[in-house]
Write a protein that binds this ligand. Structure first.
Ligand SMILES: [Zn+2]
Length: 303
């Protein structure tokens, strides 16, 4: 009983610091407007809770698994980390929190790969729950850290224990990274952060090619400035136009990771192949974006 209470308290503290950070450091906010998409109703608060999951989900291992082709899941229950395996070494997407690095390392080893083979470290966006551990991963593996130019200032402000945030290569919208025959293209999809990056690559399975989209969060901040409005309008257009057979996200909940994983059967269809699912998360976030914007405009009508 006592343990459960403590766990919930820890979770509340973690959740509120995550929320504060995700909203740009502002304090507690009202739940905001609600939207109904595909029969499900969401508020800003419930979307945030969905991403974080239950108590401790951000720091609890999830079974590492193959997603498709040369792409594997090595993250926690609610923070997604992806491993792209190539003959020339591996690419890791998202380092999450420093306290999760042992989980990531163990997950990679459980799949039969080596953490020390990580050659490139990429990220979805400059928030601590996705990229706090970049310096630690680089120290442990020697990986080259690559980041979208627009996220560099925010990344440089993430300094766990005073460590400088490493950035070995600065990327721009549309730039490609190739390692061992795999090419990932970085698409700038800002709004949640200035440099939020949607990564796209092709992979092969069962003699077919599939477009995989590692989405960046499209969750709007609580207050929409004119520049964030422009950024999100741009980003929704971009993500709807990108080729996509396999939608992934920076939180597993953005692509129903746990539900899909539960459907994996040896020799069965791959539940992660879900072209119809590619629009689900953008549609929810776009509806929320318009609802927040409408509420904000009603509160302060443009003269
Ligand atoms: Zn974020």
């Amino acid at each position: 009983m006592k343990v459960a209470v403590v766990a919930v308290l820890v979770w509340l503290v973690a959740a509120s610091s995550y929320a504060g950070q995700a909203r740009g450091g502002r304090g507690a906010q009202p739940p905001g407007p609600s939207v109904t998409v595909n029969g499900q109703t969401w508020t800003q608060q419930s979307l945030f809770q969905r991403n974080v999951g239950g108590p401790d989900d951000m720091t609890t291992p999830f079974p590492p698994h193959k997603i498709i082709g040369n792409i594997y899941y090595v993250g926690t229950k609610s923070l997604a980390v992806f491993l792209v395996v190539t003959p020339a070494g591996n690419i890791l997407i998202n380092s999450t929190y420093e306290r999760n690095v042992p989980i990531i390392q163990k997950s990679i080893e459980q799949l039969g790969f080596k953490f020390s083979d990580t050659k490139i470290l990429l990220g979805s966006h400059a928030h601590g729950d996705h990229q706090e551990a970049d310096a630690m991963v680089k120290q442990m593996t020697g990986a080259q850290v690559m980041a979208m130019a627009e996220d560099v200032p925010a990344l440089q402000a993430i300094k766990p224990g005073g460590k400088e945030h490493p950035i070995d290569r600065i990327l721009h919208d549309g730039e490609a990274i190739t390692l061992g025959g795999t090419t990932l293209v970085a698409h700038l999809t800002p709004g949640h952060t200035r440099g939020c990056t949607t990564w796209v690559m092709r992979t092969q399975e069962g003699g077919k090619s599939y477009d995989v989209m590692f989405s960046c969060s499209l969750r709007p901040p609580g207050v929409l400035t004119p520049s964030v409005v422009d950024e999100l309008n741009h980003s929704f257009k971009v993500v709807h136009a990108l080729p996509c057979d396999v939608p992934l996200g920076d939180h597993g909940a953005q692509y129903s990771m746990q539900e899909k994983f539960a459907k994996v059967r040896p020799g069965g269809p791959n539940p992660f192949i879900d072209p119809a699912g590619c629009a689900v998360e953008p549609d929810i976030q776009e509806a929320m974006f318009h609802a927040i914007l409408a509420e904000q405009r009603a509160a302060a009508p443009v003269k």
